[in-house]
Design a protein around this ligand. Structure first.
Ligand code: SAH
Length: 286
């Protein structure tokens, strides 16, 4: 079922249009309201970032549909809608009808608690690298109400470093080093297949990890990182050095920790106090 902008939901600003309708948080989530028998009702969304060739969008939709997935989000596709999407989808209507288009990755994953980015090669980003099998297990093990995402990059340039930094881990299909890049839709197929294997093997039936509170969403993590960056400035942590390296390190540390919402609130409380103390110290000097 498609969710129109008229329904209640957290409306994002500056969103792109989906088939003439505006995406809302609700529409990003409600893609699961699917009734076709072959489709797994799922908290897993596939995100294609800045896809150049519309045929790849269609072929990715087909790849997903064969493995029971229907939730496709397009981040700023170069050409969409396009006849090649429909042609290469080969009848995967459930997927096409549910496509949501958004302007950037942050919007596509804002409500997600686990985000995995697929890369053909190692980047300059210090992210843990995992195999498609481990990725599928982790996604499958997420509690059913936790939204999770699998992100794929542009055909030529892949995912940008800034986009990879928003992921908890990089997924690499172990291709040969001197010819490592799969066609986008084929990469989608490999991951969709692994997810299906994991589902069929009942990975989802494993006991959920011992977490008492919900994990922070990607949007909450971004607020947290902005607060952390400002606090470091306020307490004069950098002392004239460039902030970017330390910010990246800290981002990696906190992404790896997969903090719960309550843990982030505690840390942000500490930042508030540190900022207050820095202001007090500043005013005493004057
Ligand atoms: N030249 C690009 C490749 C882009 S291929 C690069 O070096 O990154 C388009 C997308 O398909 C990639 O961004 C990635 O999401 C996925 N992909 C292709 N080959 C992959 C591989 N071996 N492992 C994981 N993902 C892969």
């Amino acid at each position: 079922m498609f969710c129109s902008a008229g329904r209640k939901g957290n409306k994002f600003t500056g969103l792109g249009q989906i088939l003439g309708r505006t995406a809302t948080m609700k529409s990003l989530q409600s893609m699961t309201e699917n009734t076709s028998p072959g489709l797994t009702s799922s908290n897993i969304r596939f995100v294609l970032v800045r896809t150049s060739h519309p045929g790849n969008i269609g072929a990715a939709a087909r790849a997903m549909r064969t493995m029971g997935h229907a939730r496709l989000v397009l981040v700023a596709p170069l050409h969409y809608p396009h006849a090649d999407v429909t042609a290469l989808a080969a009848g995967a209507e459930d997927v096409l009808e549910n496509i949501v288009v958004v302007p950037d990755l942050a919007t596509a994953i804002a409500d997600c608690r686990l985000v995995l980015g697929c890369t053909a090669r190692q980047r300059g980003v210090p992210l843990p690298e995992i195999s498609p099998r481990i990725a599928a297990e982790r996604l499958q093990q997420a509690p059913p109400n936790d939204e999770v995402a699998l992100v794929f990059g542009n055909e030529r340039s892949g995912l940008e470093n800034e986009e990879l930094m928003r992921c908890h881990a990089a997924v690499h299909i172990p291709s040969v080093a001197d010819f490592s890049s799969l066609n986008l839709a084929q990469a989608v197929q490999v991951l969709a297949y692994e997810l299906r294997l994991a589902a069929l093997q009942g990975v989802a039936l494993l006991p959920p990890p011992l977490k008492s509170d919900p994990l922070a969403t990607a949007a909450e993590m971004e607020y947290f990182f902005a607060h952390l960056a400002q606090t470091l400035i306020d307490i004069d942590f950098h002392k004239g050095r460039a902030a970017v390296t330390i910010e990246r390190r800290l981002r990696r540390l906190f992404q790896r920790a997969e903090p719960e919402q309550r843990e982030l609130r505690i840390l942000r409380g500490i930042f508030d106090d540190a900022q207050r103390m820095a202001r007090l110290a500043g005013s005493k000097k004057e």
